[in-house]
Write a protein that binds this ligand. Sequence first.
Ligand code: ADP
Length: 725
Amino acid sequence: MSDRDDGDRNGGDGNDVEAELGRTKASSGGAAAERATPPRTPPLTTPPAAKTKARGRGETGRGDDAVPSPKSPSRRRDAGGGPAAGKPQTNGHADGGRPAAHRAKDRRDGHARPRRRRPVTVDTSRAKTSLEALKLSIAQLRWKEFPLGRRASCDIYWHGVSFHDNDHIVSGQVNKFPGMIEMLRKINLSRALRTMQELFPEEYNFYPRSWILPEEYQQFSAQTRVPKDSGGVANLTFIVKPDGGSQGDGIYLIREPGELRLATGSQAKQVVVQEYVQRPLLIDKLKFDIRLYVLVKSLEPLQIYIAKEGLTRFCTEPYQEPNQKNLSHVFMHLTNYSLNVQSGNFVHSDSQSTGSKRTFSSVLYRLASKGVDIKKVWSDVISLVIKTVIALVPELKVHYQADIPPGKPGPTCFQILGFDILLTKNLKPVLLEVNSNPSMRIEHEQEVAPGVFEYVPSPVDEEVKVCVIRDTLRLMDPGQNRPGHHQPEGSSGGGSGADQGEVITAKAGSPEKVKEEETADGLPSLCLKQVYPKYTKQFHYLCLVDRIATLFLRFLGIKGNMRLGPTAFRTFIRCCRLSNSALPMASVDILYIDITRRWAASTPDSREARMGLQAFVEAFFNLAGRRSKSSLLRDQVSSLLEVCEAHLEGQAGALLTTAAASSSEDRRSLSCSRAMARGSSKTPSSSSSAAANSRLCSPARRATSHDQRLQRSNRHGALRAHVEN
Ligand code: ADP
């Protein structure tokens, strides 16, 4: 994943597909500026023509945050001449502007008129590259935009990059979750999915086998260096992706561990190495991937929506299975728009079903015409999306609580994610990555004369993206929960246990234009379909890590904290009564030190010595394995969760106090140990007085000094088996 836009910048056409997928064809209209990506050196061999083009692009390109200058005809059409033109901005519930006294009299006389809702207000001052599509969406909804921000608070804040684009928001809703960027970095996403693979190998086999290098180099070599005559494995290819990279930057293919290009010393960067999907589904002999937009409407309760329409991005060189000669052919193996647009073969088409970027529905239509069961494909894609979000949620909750602790005024959050999915030859969807900031640009750069590049509208992007933004806004409308508010179609929670096939609406019929269905407010029906909690029943059993995170959060205690100190960890063990003769507290301490130290070492930029959620999950798995006779990790973990939850039930009040106390103890312990460290660096006498202090301290202080010892031994890497019980 990337914390940057992914560079979708192409166009397509207006060929409708008869399908509910196609029904997303809202009256979107409009064009947007795409962030001009600076010219980059493609990671693999790029033909000279492409390089020339890239230079041209660089010369005419604009900065990341540039507001688009070229106005597309469709943008003028919609923003100015659409349904909102010439009308006051309201939410469509007119009240006629009667003075308050008259309205009060009306109410007294029993002539209560429906109150006009004030227009929903949207702060777009930090929207960056999604601005153009956002403006169109707001205009279609007849909401009120504040392009320069607003002194009073707005209902919705649209951030271009991160939750922290504006740290002063205390109410309303922000379109980014804290921590999403971090969670979707390639390494963190791989870790979260691998944890789920450990628990549910079958359910999570949609994510290719991955290793995080350099720390897992040994495992990578051992698992892949199999004698060639043993069959199969020697044929594997791997794709190497730098952590935090995007748009194909720095990606290359290898066939042997020895071909890795790992920098050392200060240049050392972490990478994810992943098994390469060698047999992707091809269309017109070309590899392609699918970009699907997914709305996480809330974390608690978890609500997920999937856009019924997506994009497909095509390679520009016919695909061959990897061999030593073609490994470096970027236009054959990587589907990134930002790379392929530099190829002389890139086709900017006005059609949605031809060219190098097409709608997903046009591809499904084509597959359906060849007899493919596209309902099944859709159903598998939806499963993949729900399972992936379930894997992300636990850590996101930790970030959320740290940034917006319960009781502290703050906004609520939602976020549109970009899922990149590959279909294998056997039509199995494979997750490539999830983008926290999928590009929402609706125009692309085109060479209008040799060496001269301009932004022109991209119908395909506009078709898909404006609907996604507009319908996200509709779902986030703060008036939604008011009595009498019309729920847009598709937004309802829906029954449980529904068959996933029900969601699949792409029909294999003719691609003729279908009449757009409209909702009561004159808008097209929603292009976003709720899939969770709608399908909670099928997926709820996967939420084991989420339950572990709930325990973790209970013991964090202190606001703004994301890591568990040693005392809080002990408190968790004590409250859940996990310590016994087989697991004395000394072993608990050793477990804490051991795991925390390993996790600190695997995150080079972190000097944090306390326990993050992932480390806690590892400790939990370890404890579960010690207690259970089952050979299945998921059973071990479930039964330990039940034990913990049973013990904690009814202790809630006491627990909060304990957690807060142990957390502040952990904090004191840290500041105390810092103070001691400072003191000890000054004079020997001050260090001896600190030692004397620690001898004189209360039980709580003794726990603190115990923590100091733990932390010190942790920092210095010395495992101490004699820590107090
Ligand atoms: P980036 O964030 O740099 O775009 P991705 O993980 O999306 O990185 O990979 C870039 C491209 O490489 C993808 O769009 C896809 O075409 C190809 N790719 C990535 N992972 C795999 C894989 N495991 N198997 C086959 N192709 C892959």
